[in-house]
Design a protein. Structure first.
Length: 138
């Protein structure tokens, strides 16, 4: 069995990789990540699609351009919806919530390591609670 310090180190590595992945996904130039993008449905049977809402409050001048996946890569107005700090804060909130179901649905590797660490802590508590048999203690 791995030591608690080895498990903690692995947890730090897995958390770092998960954060890196989440930041990359949140900051990538896709319509769903743009601050100016909104989703609309043409009719009830159609899928949602994204529309650029930049300057939409000025209805006379607003173009209402459809924002498909090829547009944000070249769009000069693309602005990420979340910052790196917001992504990290959201991740920490999920992990620190203590809700293993919520953690496991978002970060299964982290949930597994937290579960193992809880098991190590339980074993250490059990070892401390057991009397020292055969060592001269009554």
């Amino acid at each position: 069995m791995k030591s608690e310090s080895a498990i903690k180190q692995k947890l730090k590595q897995v958390r770092f990789r998960a954060l890196k992945r989440d930041v990359r996904n949140s900051l990538s130039k896709k319509p769903c990540n743009c601050k100016h993008s909104g989703s609309v449905r043409g009719s009830a049977s159609e899928h949602l699609f994204y529309v650029c809402l930049l300057d939409s409050q000025e209805t006379k001048e607003w173009d209402g351009m459809i924002c498909d996946p090829s547009v944000p890569a070249t769009c000069p107005f693309f602005k990420p919806y979340k910052s790196k700090e917001q992504v990290e804060t959201e991740m920490d909130e999920v992990i620190n919530s203590g809700d293993m179901g919520k953690i496991a649905s978002s970060y299964p590797d982290i949930a597994a390591l937290l579960w193992v660490m809880a098991g190590v802590a339980d074993l250490e508590e059990k070892d401390e609670d057991e009397p020292n048999e055969g060592k001269g203690d009554p």
